[in-house]
Design a protein around this ligand. Structure first.
Ligand SMILES: *[C@@H]1O[C@H](CO)[C@@H](O)[C@H](O)[C@H]1NC(C)=O
Length: 440
């Protein structure tokens, strides 16, 4: 009985420790506090300050945490944040100690404001308690490219309070997406709203925008209050509407990847007066298809120069290295250089093509009896190869097959000569013809 109670107590302690560890395992985030974002276009070093974010997933975890704040830190530059969803507190965001590359994090003051975008305006039609908005608001944006995670949060502290609560967070777990041509593409984006906030349940809107080299356009806008797609500018773009309402899954689905889809996509989530967004980069990567001309190669005699052409087509992006290789009958491969590579052309679907021309000088290159000529295309989407067989005939050291073929040819020639000489000696060509016809 005593043993049992000891075990019981021990396991209780263990569970307690585990819970303690879990609730306090959030890493301290180091962020740059940017005072005047956007003013003057650039943020100079002068108006950003290092800030520490202490994150807890439950509201009562703070007093213990505050004791851990370094005494030399500026109290204004230490934030205590409650994030019930734990978005800011997931293990992948833990910075491994000693790692040189820190995740990027920025924190800015935020001013709640209504939006006059067509699909957002309805969210602020009903009058909300303005008291709730009169608070201390901040927005953080956090990127961990190594972990492929980006998070944007809006936090609020009631007036006079030191502790902030996450009200809205938007996350993507795919910062860089690569897709093959024609494949369906999914760009991850999800959001969480504090269910205890009066802003929750008053509707939301989701907007995906596309940006490439300063050129931006709308992809899709969804009005979550009316449950309707307010605007769609990209054919085949859609959302998982069920997942969106049930789990805040705002991932964009492109049914069929095209080259022109490469670029930056911005997922913006609107709540009444609040907005947060994350950016995702999509690149369509398609390796080339290689073909060699002429194929098969004509028989070649030593001393002859053969022109071989390799055409790479249907690839994207425009980043291809073409080269040639030769593999002799001895099985050894050796490089033949890149040949003369042409400029590229772009097809209607945005894919590129490029070719290379190789002059195969059979005397200089010591190609022996021939072998395999291979065109190699190295591309970010993968390495592709195409080969043709090269036959050099009449080479000085003929093989058994060559010798036999030569003997055969000699025999046939001998037979022909014999026949012709016999025909001419025995009779004239006309008679011989007549005899031939009679026999048939
Ligand atoms: C979000 O929706 C997409 C498309 O239906 C799905 O593939 C993905 O797994 C969902 N993500 C989550 C976290 O549920």
């Amino acid at each position: 009985m005593t043993e049992f109670s000891t075990i019981y107590k021990l396991s209780l302690v263990a569970v307690f420790c585990l819970v303690q560890a879990c609730s306090s395992s959030c890493p301290v985030l180091e962020c740059w506090f940017v005072h005047e974002k956007g003013r003057g276009g650039l943020t100079s070093g002068g108006n950003q300050e290092k800030t520490l974010l202490y994150i807890s997933t439950d509201e009562h975890g703070h007093p213990a945490e505050s004791q851990r704040a370094p005494s030399d830190a500026n109290p204004d530059r230490v934030f205590f944040i409650t994030d019930p969803a734990g978005t800011l507190c997931q293990p992948p965001l833990n910075r491994p100690s000693g790692s040189a590359k820190k995740p990027q994090c920025e924190i800015n003051p935020f001013l709640p404001h209504p939006s006059d975008l067509k699909w957002v305006a309805a969210l602020t039609e009903s009058t909300l308690s303005p008291l709730y908005l009169q608070a201390d608001w901040f927005t953080t944006s956090h990127q961990d490219s190594k972990q492929q995670r980006t998070i944007s949060s809006i936090m609020r502290a009631p007036p006079g309070a030191k502790e902030h609560n996450v009200i809205l967070s938007v996350t993507s777990t795919t910062i860089d997406v690569q897709a093959r041509l024609g494949e369906p593409v999914q760009l991850d984006c999800s959001f969480w709203v504090d269910p205890s906030s009066p802003l929750s349940g008053s509707g939301f809107a989701v907007e995906w925008r596309y940006q490439f080299r300063g050129d931006g356009r709308l992809v899709l806008a969804y009005d979550g209050k009316m449950d309707r797609v307010a605007d769609i500018q990209e054919e085949g773009a859609t959302l998982d509407f069920e997942g969106l309402h049930e789990k805040g899954n705002a991932s964009l689905i492109l049914q069929e990847a095209k080259v022109r889809h490469s670029g930056m996509y911005i997922c913006t989530v609107y709540l009444p007066y609040l907005v947060a967004q994350v950016a995702v980069e999509l690149e369509i990567v398609e390796p080339p298809t290689l073909s060699i001309y002429p194929s098969p190669l004509p028989l070649t005699v030593p001393g002859q120069t053969l022109i071989v052409q390799c055409e790479a087509s249907g690839f994207a992006p425009l980043s291809l290295e073409l080269s040639w290789e030769f593999k002799g009958t001895d099985g050894k491969s050796r490089p033949l250089g890149s040949g003369s590579v042409t400029g590229h052309r772009q097809a209607w679907d945005g894919t590129f093509s490029q070719s290379t021309r190789l002059e195969l000088d059979t005397t200089n290159l010591d190609l022996g009896r021939g072998g395999e000529v291979t065109c190699v295309g190295v591309h970010p989407g993968g390495t592709r190869r195409a080969s043709v067989t090269l036959n050099v005939i009449g080479f000085s050291t003929p093989s058994v097959e060559d010798s036999m073929a030569m003997v055969g040819v000699a025999l046939v020639l001998y037979g022909l000569i014999k026949l012709v000489s016999w025909t001419f000696t025995s009779s004239g060509p006309d008679e011989a013809d007549e005899q031939h016809k009679k026999k048939n």
